[in-house]
Design a protein. Structure first.
Length: 231
């Protein structure tokens, strides 16, 4: 009997969607490595205490390239089946002309540049048949932007999608599954209290969709129900 468990690294796992993903993969029998910012205690630490050693926690400030490289070094002896980057911020709903330069820079670095730095740095640790995923949003779809609003957040997710597409195109021989995932409109700090879905309703669909695409090389932009999201 093959008792080798799969291993997932979830970047940004301290709360809401990231925490939900960690819990879901534990339920499915995976080993999970989840990252948190700093040293403060989070709900992920509580989850780790009930995981029988299958969840380990790493500290990572994703916007610091040196910390990303240090995490790669700490994980260098591991082969990953999944690398998933779940981290994003929003700074309110301002028309783009009213967005201060430092706010624009902060959101773009956090939502677009830093996730791709993680993918570039940790991606080689993922097995050739493994999966690299990033939490995107349908708000990053240019085709679906018919009402405007959330200019900066939308732009950051569109930039993320474009950068991931460039990553996929640059290495056409990459055999890994590459996924941009839209979790739906979820009740989180980002999604707000009026959102349609709970974390518990979104996360199983995200995981099911990613598992259905295991071993299918190339890049796809999908939602939590497995539907293709237009670019």
């Amino acid at each position: 009997m093959n008792d080798i468990r799969k291993t997932a690294v979830i970047i940004g796992a301290s709360r809401t969607l990231g925490l939900g993903l960690a819990a879901e993969y534990l339920r499915r029998g995976w080993d999970v490595i989840g990252t948190v910012r700093g040293s403060r205690r989070t709900d992920l630490h509580d989850l780790a205490e009930t995981s029988e050693g299958r969840l380990t926690i790493e500290s990572l400030e994703m916007t610091d390239p040196e910390q990303i490289s240090a995490l790669r070094d700490r994980l260098s002896q591991r082969t990953l089946d999944l690398l998933f980057v779940n981290a994003a911020i929003t700074r309110g709903d301002l028309p783009i002309g009213e967005v201060p330069t430092d706010m624009f820079t902060e959101v773009m670095i956090t939502n677009a540049l830093s996730p791709m730095r993680v993918v570039e740095t940790l991606g080689p640790l993922v097995a050739p048949t493994g999966t690299i995923g990033i939490m995107s949003s349908d708000q990053g779809s240019i085709a679906l932007n018919t009402e405007g609003g959330q200019d900066l957040y939308r732009a950051s997710k569109s930039a993320l999608n474009q950068l991931m597409r460039s990553y996929a195109a640059r290495d056409a021989e990459n055999t890994r599954t590459l996924l941009l995932m839209d979790p739906g409109w979820v009740r989180t700090e980002l999604g707000g209290a009026e959102a349609e879905l709970s974390v518990e309703e979104s996360v199983p669909g995200v995981v099911e969709t990613m598992e259905r695409h295991e071993g299918k090389r190339g890049l796809r932009f999908l939602d939590y129900e497995g539907n293709v999201v237009p670019w």
